[in-house]
Design a protein around this ligand. Structure first.
Ligand SMILES: *Cc1c(COP(=O)(O)O)cnc(C)c1O
Length: 378
């Protein structure tokens, strides 16, 4: 494998920080490094309260608990997303209602959301695909009209913006991922951003096994006890120590990834101009991207399969996603499509993600570009 799809990386003091945490003798959750990460997320993203979690999946599960859903209540989301977006709500007995995506950003099509609202709808989950913002003003208006909670799946969105606001800090709740395939990583990891004051106290309780331990540690109460449902959603201080080193360099990581995306775009412009492939649209006005992903669209499924094979034979690993949730076995059992999902079905059969990671060299981008061009020259 010459050019893998992803390579986890260290950029600065990750390992020294872990050693320092071990020496300091606090390895459970919410130690000094974790607190620094919380402050960084609050200051740099503008969240009211940030809480590290084991994963974005865990943050989505916490958000679903905070939505207080009764069985059979509905949550509007795209089908073109990772399974956790839906699974977190299905665990609460709720029904994901899948809405189609826009052809330009591949994000939830906000023009179709209102038609999917029923008397049972409780929440909307916009997923900022590739770190490009959904149309949050339109989504907030619909949510306001029907009293719905907005939970942003900002797993891919760190430091990306919508009208000057950071993704994940716009909805009532936002969920980030630090999985090793994302921009800023801690192996597995995530954060819940609580932007609406009414959810702060309960979020802390849910994260601490349903206890009011966080208030106890602040000295607000003299003993802690079981007060609500919850689980153990807080990561070890070792994760915070690793993550802190990367958060400090997050802007630099995004800048490098954006430069790699620009190199792919320039390299593949000729093929796109000849109509052989399609490139991602530039982020809409008022939004800034973070270089999370670079994808191309092949003509059809057969061509995509052959292209991925062609690259693999040259030691280059490209990936596709998502199997649309409405057509997956669990998605069919637990969710429903609000209407025909034609764009989702079409895009998911043609999209190819190209290698993109911190240590990828521009010369390697050129190799990938050459290999894609060679495929289309056959
Ligand atoms: C990566 C991802 C997740 C899950 O993140 P984990 O940290 O691996 O749980 C959820 N939603 C989207 C859109 C993602 O890209």
């Amino acid at each position: 494998m010459r050019i893998p799809f992803n390579k986890p990386f260290t950029i600065a003091d990750e390992l020294a920080n872990i050693a320092a945490a071990v020496r300091a003798g606090h390895l459970a959750g919410d130690g000094p490094y974790t607190r620094r990460c919380h402050q960084w997320l609050e200051r740099n993203l503008g969240a009211r309260k940030a809480l590290l979690t084991h994963s974005c999946t865990a943050a989505l599960e916490m958000a679903a608990i905070l939505c207080d859903l009764a069985p059979g209540e509905e949550v509007i989301m795209p089908s073109f997303t990772f399974v956790s977006t839906a699974n977190a709500f299905v665990l609460r007995g709720a029904v994901p209602v899948f809405v189609d995506i826009r052809r330009d950003t591949l994000n939830l099509d906000e023009r179709l959301v209102e038609a999917a609202v029923t008397p049972r709808t409780r929440a909307i989950v916009p997923v900022h695909y590739a770190g490009v913002a959904c149309e949050m003003d339109a989504i907030a208006q619909i949510a306001g009209r029907y009293g719905l909670v907005v939970v942003e799946d900002a797993a891919q969105g760190i430091l990306a913006e919508y009208n000057g606001r950071k993704l994940g800090a716009i909805g009532h709740l936002g969920c980030l991922s630090f999985h090793e395939t994302k921009n800023v990583i801690s192996g597995e990891g995530g954060a819940l951003l609580v932007n609406d004051a009414r959810f702060v106290e309960r979020a802390e309780i849910i994260r601490e096994k349903g206890t009011n331990r966080a208030q106890f540690f602040r000295g607000a109460i003299d003993k802690y006890t079981w007060v609500d449902i919850g689980s153990s959603y807080l990561p070890s201080e070792l994760i915070g120590a690793f993550l802190w080193a990367q958060l400090e360099r997050a802007a630099e990581i995004n800048a490098k990834r954006l430069a790699l995306c620009a190199a792919y775009r320039a390299g593949l412009a000729g093929l796109a101009a000849r109509g052989r492939i399609a490139l991602p649209q530039l982020p809409p006005a008022g939004t800034t991207a973070n270089g999370h992903m670079f994808y191309i669209l092949a003509c059809d499924l057969a061509e995509r399969t052959a292209l991925i094979q062609h690259l693999k034979a040259r030691g280059i690993y490209a990936a596709f996603h998502y199997v649309p949730l409405h057509s997956s076995p669990a998605g069919r059992r637990h969710g429903r499509a609000a209407s025909a999902l034609a764009v989702t079905d079409d895009i998911s059969s043609r999209l190819v993600r190209l290698p993109l990671y911190w240590s990828l060299a521009e010369s390697e981008v050129s190799e990938v570009v050459d290999a894609v061009e060679a495929f289309y020259a056959r």
